[in-house]
Design a protein around this ligand. Structure first.
Ligand SMILES: Cc1cc2nc3c(=O)[nH]c(=O)nc-3n(C[C@H](O)[C@H](O)[C@H](O)COP(=O)(O)O)c2cc1C
Length: 357
């Protein structure tokens, strides 16, 4: 898999998830073999204003590379300036958000609203393309109607403007997260352009990911909600794709991942802020497991790293003492989505996955 001059190790991609795919989260996913990780979407206006909080969103480390940083905005000059800042920060790719359907974003003309304004989008793509040399990608939806015609036309426009790859989440702007992704739109976009197409939407399991590739011919698969609390979905997909058995996720792996996450969060955010965020985030990793409720209760007011680690330790000891069978501990296909339902982020959709597609 190649995007512009950049070679990717495989075809597994982590989707941008606002409020979730910060540096500590991306590092976890990277350790599961994911080839490319996306940042949360970053406001071009706020970057250009040099907002401290926004600049911090550009933080990265070598272990997570290659990193794609996603920006959103509508003014070509501001987007170009923000793109320059992203490239200078060391990002390997730059992605332009053309798919966010959240009202607050779309009503400013950015996100999915760009799909309705091809002239603005073209000016924006060309301005950014002239400004940076790093590979440039976009992430789109189906458009404003279910036919997917807008996605095809928009993808062709993007290719003509020098965009190097396109990620497609085939729901319409008005659908939000309702209904199911229509994977046939991914296939149609793939047929329409010669740049790589990354398929996204409703991958709940490694098997879904392999099926999306087969059904659509997409060059890579992108997973969002199902990776929350379930970074192993990537290693499972990579195993399945190469004809191996999906690796089992035992208790030791799960606990080790949670500990790594706590430490990465504390390193990155500082103890107080990290603990505040971990009160809900650690729950992602235990969804559906025995004693998950007691664990949540134990972490809901943690204020120190040691307290969080002690709660994990107690949780682990309880499961070990009760000799919980392996199959109750291993990550299941449902887990990531169940975790997403739980994470409390405003954008979180009601889950309606394509289990029986
Ligand atoms: C909490 C949340 C935050 C998201 N944030 C972004 C974002 O910042 N940029 C973006 O392009 N898409 C964003 N999305 C959309 C996802 O990247 C993805 O397209 C969508 O969730 C469908 O993929 P999935 O079924 O694998 O989750 C977000 C979705 C969710 C649920």
């Amino acid at each position: 898999m190649r995007i512009g001059p950049l070679n990717l190790a495989n075809s597994a991609v982590l989707a941008p998830l606002a409020g979730i795919t910060d540096l500590p989260f991306r590092l976890l996913v990277k350790q599961s073999g994911c080839a490319l990780v996306y940042s949360e979407m970053i406001s071009a206006n706020a970057l250009v204003r040099e907002s401290t909080k926004t600049l911090k969103m550009l933080d990265s480390t070598t272990e997570e590379k290659p990193l794609s940083v996603q920006i959103f905005g509508t003014e070509p000059a501001i987007m170009a300036q923000a793109a320059r800042m992203v490239a200078s920060s060391g990002a390997d790719l730059l992605d332009i958000n053309c798919g966010c359907a959240v009202k607050k974003i779309a009503k400013t003309g950015s996100g999915v609203a760009l799909m309705r304004e091809p002239k603005t989008a073209e000016a924006l793509f060309r301005a950014v393309r002239r400004t940076v040399d790093i590979p440039l990608t976009i992430k789109i939806r189906s458009g404003w109607d279910v036919s997917g015609r807008q996605a095809i036309e928009f993808a062709r426009l993007a290719e003509a403007c020098g965009i190097d790859a396109i990620a497609v989440h085939p729901r319409t702007a008005t659908q939000g997260f309702r209904g199911q992704s229509d994977w046939s739109v991914i296939a149609a976009v793939k047929d329409a352009v010669s740049i790589p197409v990354i398929g996204n939407g409703d991958i709940l399991s490694a098997r879904d990911a392999v099926r999306m590739e087969a059904d659509t011919g997409c060059d890579a698969i992108m997973i969002g909600r199902a990776a929350i609390g379930n970074p192993w979905i990537f290693s499972r997909y990579l195993a399945l794709k190469t004809g191996q058995t999906e690796p089992n996720v035992d208790l030791a792996m799960r606990i080790e991942t949670m500990i790594r996450y706590v430490r990465a969060m504390v390193d990155y955010r500082g103890e107080s802020r990290a603990c505040h965020m971990l009160r809900s985030r650690l729950g992602w990793f235990v969804k559906g497991l025995p004693h998950a409720g007691a664990f949540r209760e134990a972490i809901k007011s943690v204020t120190a790293e040691d307290e969080a680690l002690a709660a994990i330790d107690t949780f682990c000891a309880t499961l070990e003492k009760r000799s919980i069978p392996e199959h109750e501990i291993g990550a299941t296909d449902d887990e990531g989505f169940a975790a997403a339902e739980d994470s409390g982020t405003k954008q979180q959709p009601a889950i309606a996955g394509p289990r029986n597609r």
